[in-house]
Design a protein around this ligand. Structure first.
Ligand code: FA5
Length: 352
């Protein structure tokens, strides 16, 4: 008897190819398409099962078990593929919700104060210990406080001492009232004396700006700490004694201090104070020039400044000083170039 194969029985012999097709279905949509094609209601297996009905009894006995085997195989393969697709997702989800409290935490990187902030605070603390208060003032300043009240009228050649960054704005209510980025902290002298009566002992930390070229000792923006003491009977000896004590507190007793005459229109007499260079120990080198690094200008408050703020220069005397904070930090820590402070190199900044 010749047995006629139902046309679609080839499915049984194609099982390897069908399995490979299933392996290539790597997402849910492809897997579902494979299921519809082979196991769906109108899929190839269902068509084959229907065709078995039209076969003779003998043929059904021969092919029935084959078709049943094929069906089981395809269903098992499909179930395995479905599990494989869901497992990574389940694993990912479980990992996401899993908290291992024994793992070490992420290290917290602590910030720190910039070395110049530290230095400014140390300078202020040294003077606070000698009875000075601390005050602060604006960085954008009127020309009147930066120059006029400090005995530096318009067109005075002394204005050239401070290369000024002007603000492009004038007060419409008062003609010619100009603004600038303060070139020093000295404008706070006028602001404080306008507001308060002697006795005054105050230091003023703050940022200042100058339109000048930078080098190892000069920045175009830097910090100063201004000092002002006004009372009856204050003398130059008080100025020297206060500044010697400041140097001793900041640099220690064995550093050398030098005072030399200097000119500032708002003091008379005027001096500059320098500390012996840490690099050459006062011998002279490319950083300091002559063995000394100037850290401040100072002097006795000029009578014209007192008159400008309404103080009687016959009654009151006083001294003032302006310290360069970066210069102090350079001397304290042995830094050979001021520009390092503002280069934002964390390897440098983390040392302080
Ligand atoms: C002044 O600015 C005066 N206002 C100081 C003063 C105040 C004198 C009160 C008398 C009475 P001078 O320009 O010299 O002066 O600056 C004072 C200090 O700031 C200097 O000694 C120096 O330590 C620092 N300094 C000046 N220019 C720079 C700069 N370009 N970069 C960094 N530090 C500077």
């Amino acid at each position: 008897m010749t047995m006629q194969l139902p046309p679609d029985i080839s499915l049984v012999s194609e099982l390897h190819a069908i399995e490979a097709e299933l392996a290539a279905a790597t997402n849910a949509t492809a897997l579902e398409a494979w299921r519809v094609k082979y196991l769906g209601r109108r899929g190839r297996l269902s068509q084959l099962t229907q065709q078995l009905g039209s076969l003779s009894l003998e043929q059904r006995r021969a092919f029935g078990p084959l078709v049943n085997d094929a069906k089981r195989t395809l269903e098992d393969l499909f179930a395995a593929a479905q599990r494989a697709l869901q497992e990574p997702k389940a694993a990912r989800e479980s990992a996401a919700h899993h908290l291992d409290v024994t793992l070490p935490g992420k290290p917290v990187t602590l910030g720190r104060l910039h070395p110049i902030t530290q230095t400014v605070r140390e300078i202020c603390a040294a003077f606070q210990g000698m009875g000075f208060d601390v005050a602060e003032g604006p960085e954008v300043e009127w020309e009147r406080y930066n120059f006029d009240l400090l005995n530096i009228p318009r067109d005075h050649p002394a204005r050239d001492m401070w290369d000024t960054l002007w603000i492009n704005w004038t007060d419409p209510n008062e003609e010619g009232r100009r603004m600038l980025l303060r070139t020093h902290t000295s404008p706070m002298q006028g602001r404080i004396m306008e507001q308060a009566k002697p006795p005054i002992r105050v230091v003023v930390p703050g940022k200042v700006f100058r339109h000048e070229a930078t080098d190892a000792r000069h920045e175009w923006h830097f910090f100063q700490v201004e000092g002002l003491a006004v009372d009856r009977g204050i003398t130059f000896a008080d100025l020297k004694g206060t500044l010697y004590e400041f140097a001793r507190r900041i640099f220690g007793a064995d550093r050398r201090v030098r005072f030399r005459c200097d000119y500032f229109p708002f003091v008379e007499p005027g001096v500059e104070m320098a500390i012996d260079c840490f690099l050459c120990k006062g011998e002279g080198c490319s950083l300091c020039g002559d063995g000394w690094i100037e850290i401040m200008g100072a002097g006795m408050v000029h009578p014209n400044v007192f008159s400008a703020v309404g103080y009687d220069p016959e009654e009151y005397t006083g001294f003032a000083f302006g310290i360069g904070a970066e210069r102090v930090a350079m001397l304290k820590h042995g830094i050979d170039d001021i520009r390092r402070f503002y280069a934002n190199d964390l390897r440098f900044l983390r040392q302080f």
